[in-house]
Design a protein around this ligand. Sequence first.
Ligand code: NAP
Length: 336
Amino acid sequence: MTVRVGVIGTGAIGRDHARRINQVLAGGEIVALSDVNRVSAEKVKAEIAPEGEIFETGEALIASPKVDVVLVTSWGATHEQYVLAAIAARKPCFCEKPLATSADGAKRIVDAEVAHGKRLVQVGFMRRYDVGYVALKQSVSSRIGAPILVHAAHRNPTVPEQYVTPMAIHDTLIHEIDVFRWLLDDDYVSARVLFPRKAARSHAKLRDPQVVLLETTKGVLIDVEIFVNCRYGYDIQCEVVGEDGIAKLPEPMAVKMRLDATLQNSILTDWKDRFIDSYDVELRDFLKAAAQGGVSGPTSWDGYVAAIASDACVTAQEREGEAVAIALPARPALYN
Ligand code: NAP
């Protein structure tokens, strides 16, 4: 069965997902596009999705009988309204992170899905589909004994001037926030943030780098360095220390060279390249489940928990060094 897909938001990731669905994966076809920037939607139609009818609004796209499932890849602040509309229309929906820009917004989505009584939303936490993280999870759950510590780093070569300190949490750390819960099968109880001296290349409104300390219900302590102007590359590190051993996220494949009297190994510079395969796998998973009328993968609940933990981390930035509690409500049975 070919699932008829409507895409709301045809910017960087929307365009890339449209390409995936029409040119890489089987099981889906883009039949509808919408973007406040009509030129962007027209460009995607012309270059990737000739069958994509352009709709004036995301709501009109969702309501169209020609659309079976919805991809929400617009600006983060608009996700909530479109995901709620997709639930109201009973259509499976893939929503890029963040599920909503506030914990209250994410809760409204959880409540709507629970009221509907069936999962309809998959959140774009693609690291859960990364082959390295999947292998790491296997080692963590079966080889190294109970986890005690996690050391991690999220480094970007550079970020634009408009990237301000809280974005290091909402835009960057949010991937770690989700993937550690999944990796450790655990939840958070508190967050702390520590800042070293500001790096010379950091922007005026950005304190870079920073270290986030997360504590979990099982007593695991996680330290994450976020360094978004590190210059040298896009580098994701994760090492789990267990009772019996240590498991480390594999490095992306790279040719090793002996050259100019050095041993060289190139490092990726673009996040799109680092997780390119996992985006394919997550969307394949979405299309497969959507063909049966449902969804799998990261849930609205995961998106809601990530929003609560992100808000706590931003508060922890403001109260540098102080532990900020992360209180989670009871998980509805739909997400067990
Ligand atoms: P982008 O390039 O700015 O694209 C967003 C598009 O949405 C733009 O064309 C924008 O138009 C449009 N838009 C804004 N408001 C809209 C509305 N009300 N209805 C329909 N379209 C609207 O951003 P992006 O990098 O693709 O990011 C989009 C989302 O994906 C963000 O939430 C981001 O966090 C997420 N993302 C996730 C990953 C990941 O690794 N999972 C990677 C990248 C992005 P204008 O340009 O005119 O505003």
